[in-house]
Write a protein that binds this ligand. Structure first.
Ligand code: SF4
Length: 708
């Protein structure tokens, strides 16, 4: 059937959140042409290789199209009853803490909202966590410590105004390609824009770098503590901003000074040459319009939250927060990691950025929902959640749109944990994944191009993700499946007819008692200016940055004039001491494993793996080693190598690169047990986590490498 209608939507992949125009050429054959949306402020028409090939990923190949119980097709009512009855039985027998949800930055805000409401307000436990825990929970914790809220002060336009951009632990060229292309274009126009890349590894991002600091793994806190000391010694602080809008500068400075210690050995301890270090300090001290962008290399660490705060300390000290071209800036991994958090998508949060540990917030949310209960303490974070399944404490789990048997650390233990559960429910688009193979109940979800809702990108911009294809067979929205199960469990409050109904409740909760005059009232996340939207208005919703305090007006930047979300409205400096990664190298495991993304694949490749042209970039799993390490190990490029840690092993092909730091090995995270049986690198990754954020240390696992 010929249709030729064009729909404005957003990309399914990374946190840049690019706008897309999808034109349906043939609905029956699911032929769709994809273009960048020139009007969307995240990308102004640009798309990367992944986004521009989305049209090639919407066939029904491999799709989960019917509910299944124990491998048999069943009707939706049968599947709903099974899930509801089993959850009720397990709760009755073992208590509410024996059940859990594990969701994803891939689902829409409306799905997240209903999942959180059901678990925290009706079942009454906060055992709902998300794969965003693996992605940016350290950024969340760092923002909350410093700003009192999970808030990003800047936006993408700030790149246009910056004179220095520092990219820390971020292969922006591959992981946030449209941001990289934007910065590259700015640099072509303004060659005086300086770019510093802080990364142990030389990556594609180095193409635009004026300076590369290949720091030793885990040295970020020491680097930024040393920068704080330099700023003070060179009179590069902003004393007025510090005095007017912050607390605890003296404590942070004293801790930094002590941490830095003997300056004659500083560069060596950080792992860079002293001239490069001095240049970085010079540039940062001299450049008011500085953006420091950070991503997984900072967050995925047992000191991730401290690393985030070490960066923020330097920006608070110079007053470079929320000003044009000057801010710390977290680059989010997933398309809706931020939208999920806005509705309480982490086990330690409540909806609308309220805190589960705050009794006033708990009472407020329960009163708004008129729910029978409210979770009264934080739930288990991702790694602990699966450990609790392994230990038999959690007996039922509902997993949505994520593949933890591949992506979580210590992934063989995750598989064993799911095998021990009495009930594993998986909602997904894809029939055969490492995780769906362990499901008792499979529920078919709508995929990209079919589902309707909202997402929030790295710059706090909420955009509509719109469906343009009909739902195939029995696939349904996740918010609908959750609402059906909630009602089958006997709960009121889930009579949603559309995603707009859910979004309107979300708007209302964000504004509910959100006022500086109410005790524990004023919160960062507020959509009051949107009002309540009818279906037409919801469908027409334009990209907008929260908070939305006045009618249809977003907020581009925050905190240039203070007004933080701490109780006294002042930002907090954090006193920090650098510390080594949790698991040290040893004679048995002398190399550092660092995992991450490659340019043309996404997560566990269930969508990008469908596109031959994306596989042309890199077609098989590999380990990148420094040539000197390879020589010592008698490994040549192209050899199969076995990578072993104390937790598991994987077999991949060796690649050699001078850009790899000696003693370190990079392996992409994407390949699954379904695709290549022995190449699931998550099985090798250590389960160490940051003590504040619970984010795993994917960037530092002690390993040994040998020829296979
Ligand atoms: Fe999609 Fe990210 Fe590429 Fe934009 S940069 S097109 S959001 S994958």
């Amino acid at each position: 059937m010929q249709i030729n209608s064009t729909v404005h939507t957003t990309c399914a992949y990374c946190g840049v959140g690019c706008g897309i125009k999808a034109t349906v050429e043939d609905t029956d054959k699911r032929i769709v042409s994809i273009q960048g949306d020139t009007e969307h402020p995240a990308n102004y028409g640009r798309l990367c290789s992944k986004g521009s090939s989305l049209g090639e990923t919407i066939s029904l190949e491999g799709r989960l199209l019917e509910p299944h119980i124990a491998g048999q097709n069943v009707s939706w009512p049968t599947a709903i009853d099974k899930v509801a009855n089993e959850f009720k039985r397990i709760i009755a027998e073992h208590g509410k803490e024996s059940v859990a949800f594990y969701v994803s930055g891939q689902i829409l805000t409306e799905d997240y909202y209903v999942a959180n409401k059901l678990m925290k307000g009706y079942i009454g436990t906060a055992n709902i966590d998300t794969n965003s825990r693996l992605c940016m929970s350290s950024a969340v914790a760092g923002h909350k410590r410093a700003f009192g809220a999970d808030t990003v002060p800047a936006n993408y336009d700030d790149f246009d105004h910056a004179n220095l951009i520092v990219l820390v632990g971020s292969n922006t060229a591959w992981c946030h390609p449209i941001i990289f292309q934007r910065i590259k274009a700015i640099k072509a126009q303004r060659p005086e824009l300086r770019i510093v890349v802080v990364d142990p590894r030389e990556t594609a991002t180095n193409e635009i770098a004026d300076l590369h600091l290949p720091i030793k793994a885990g040295m970020d806190v020491l680097l930024f503590n040393a920068l704080l000391v330099q700023l003070a010694e060179r009179n590069a602080l902003d004393p007025q901003y510090i005095a007017q809008y912050t607390v605890d500068f003296e404590k942070a400075f004293a801790a930094a000074n002590q941490d830095v210690g003997d300056k004659s050995t500083l560069a060596e301890r950080i792992g860079v040459d002293s001239q490069s270090l001095a240049t970085f300090f010079d540039w940062f001290c001299q450049t008011p319009k500085t953006m420091t962008c950070f991503s997984m290399g900072v967050n995925q660490s047992s000191a991730g939250t401290d690393k985030v705060n070490a960066i923020i300390n330097c920006h608070l000290a110079t007053g470079r927060v929320g000003k044009e071209g000057a801010s710390p800036f977290s680059l989010t991994g997933q398309p809706n990691a931020m939208g999920g958090r806005e509705v309480g998508g982490l086990a330690n949060m409540l909806a609308a950025h309220m805190d589960i540990e705050n009794p006033v917030h708990r009472e407020r949310v329960q009163r708004f929902w008129q729910s029978p209960v409210i979770a009264d303490k934080s739930g288990l974070k991702a790694v602990d959640l699966f450990d609790a399944m392994y230990e038999g404490k959690i007996k039922a789990v509902w997993i949505m749109a994520t593949n933890p048997v591949v992506s979580l650390p210590n992934a063989d233990k995750v598989r064993a944990a799911l095998e021990k559960c009495e009930l594993v429910v998986v909602s997904d688009c894809i029939t055969d994944t490492d995780t769906t193979r362990l499901a008792d109940v499979l529920l078919p979800s709508l995929g990209w191009g079919e589902k309707d809702g909202t997402v929030t990108n790295s710059e706090r911009r909420i955009s509509r993700q719109r469906g343009f294809l009909p739902a195939p067979a029995q696939a349904k929205p996740d918010w609908w499946a959750l609402s059906q199960v909630a009602q089958a469990m006997g709960f009121d409050g889930f009579d949603y007819q559309s995603p707009a109904d859910v979004f309107n409740e979300h708007i209302a909760l964000s504004a509910f008692e959100n006022d500086a005059n109410i005790e524990s009232g004023l919160r960062d996340f507020n959509l009051v200016g949107l009002g309540q939207l009818n279906t037409q208005q919801y469908n027409a919703l334009q990209p907008i940055q929260w908070p939305v305090l006045n009618k249809d007006q977003g907020t581009a930047r925050l905190f240039a004039q203070g007004q933080f979300y701490t109780p006294n409205r002042l930002a907090r400096f954090m006193p920090l001491t650098s510390r080594a990664p949790k698991n040290p190298l040893s004679a048995e495991y002398p190399f550092i494993l660092n995992t991450g993304r490659i340019r043309d694949q996404w997560h566990t490749m269930t969508r990008t793996g469908l596109t031959p042209r994306l596989l042309q970039h890199i077609g098989e799993p590999y380990a990148e080693l420094h040539p000197n390490d390879a020589k010592k190990l008698a490994i040549q490029a192209g050899d199969l190598v076995e990578i072993n840690s104390a937790w598991g092993k994987a077999v991949v092909r060796a690649q050699l690169s001078d850009g790899q730091r000696q003693g370190s090995v990079f392996v992409p995270m994407h390949w699954t047990g379904v695709l290549t049986r022995q190449s699931r690198v998550g099985a090798v990754v250590n389960p160490a986590v940051d003590p504040v954020s619970g984010q795993p240390e994917n960037k530092h696992t002690p390993i040994k490498v040998s020829k296979f």
